[in-house]
Ligand binder design. Structure first.
Ligand code: NDP
Length: 253
């Protein structure tokens, strides 16, 4: 990718680790100023310092996408540090290993809150401004489990399917405004998500998966692979709108 000629400030939700952090580094390297938001703000601050050390422009702030006041505070602080938002990467994610009927409904709702309403909260806060300026990229991250749910994944597949439907609705609603709503659908990716799971928790999950013919993935993507896809979406020249991109691991040769 070529460095972007314009200075386009980016907000990244879920920038403290994984795909969000890798995307921040990739975009910053191309000259995009990046605002890093997550609950673990110290991780965002460390990443911002690393980016600045490499000559990039970065800003870190606490963000909880389940809290409207927190989203507002993040966007306000980021815009006063970096300027009006041109790009949003909405990548907050929350994995759990429950059967639907056993999951505490409040926990189920919390997952929907992160994956669906958290994205809508960001859209509500930034898209009017993007429409007024007639340019913007709003990138949502779903999951291939949206189309292919696995047992014992709580509200994860349903909430990711919901964000996919919302993204398709937004393509239509934003047509002709200069704002591109896009959906990036990752396959299995080696990040922190689920990696700290104990054998006690993962054992029954794998047993249930095996019953339905699912195996653990032999190959995994890296966060940087997804960052490259997100950079492609965001840096697509005007006149082209990458609405949906799915990334899967390449099988070993
Ligand atoms: P990580 O666990 O590394 O990243 C998840 C990020 O979401 C963290 O930065 C976390 O930060 C943030 N987050 C969680 N809850 C909140 C919240 N309430 N408010 C703000 N930020 C929050 O996992 P990935 O990088 O893998 O996940 C990135 C996205 O990719 C997610 O949407 C995930 O669902 C999706 N995805 C991942 C796949 C995979 O195999 N890894 C496959 C398909 C999709 P903090 O805890 O500091 O708030």
């Amino acid at each position: 990718f070529e460095p972007h000629p314009d200075r386009r400030p980016v907000l990244i939700a879920g920038a403290s680790s994984g795909i969000g952090a890798a995307t921040a580094e990739a975009l910053a390297e191309l000259g995009y100023p990046v605002a890093l938001g997550a609950r673990r703000v110290e991780q965002c601050e460390a990443l911002a310092a690393k980016i600045a050390g490499n000559g990039g422009e970065a800003f870190a702030h606490h963000l909880d996408v389940t809290d409207t006041a927190s989203v507002d505070a993040f966007v306000t602080a980021a815009e006063s540090a970096l300027g009006a938002t041109e790009v949003v990467v909405s990548g907050a994610g929350d994995l759990s290993f429950s059967l639907v009927h056993e999951m505490d409904p409040d926990q189920f709702l919390r997952q929907v809150n992160v994956h669906l309403i958290g994205v809508q909260r960001l859209a509500h806060r930034v898209i009017a401004g993007m429409i007024a300026r007639q340019r913007g990229d709003f990138v949502m991250i779903s999951s291939d489990t949206a189309n292919n749910p696995r047992p014992r994944s709580g509200a994860y597949p349903a909430s990711k399917a919901a964000v996919e439907v919302m993204a398709r609705q937004m393509w239509m609603e934003l047509e002709g405004t200069g704002v591109r709503a896009s959906l990036v659908r990752p396959g299995p990716t080696m990040t922190g998500m689920g990696m700290d799971t104990t054998a006690e928790i993962i054992g029954p999950v794998l047993e249930d998966w095996a019953k339905w013919g699912f195996a653990r993935h032999p190959e995994m993507l890296r966060a940087a692979n997804l960052a490259a896809a997100i950079v492609a979406v965001v840096s697509a020249p005007r006149g082209a709108h990458i609405q949906l991109i799915e990334v899967q691991p390449e099988a070993r040769v």
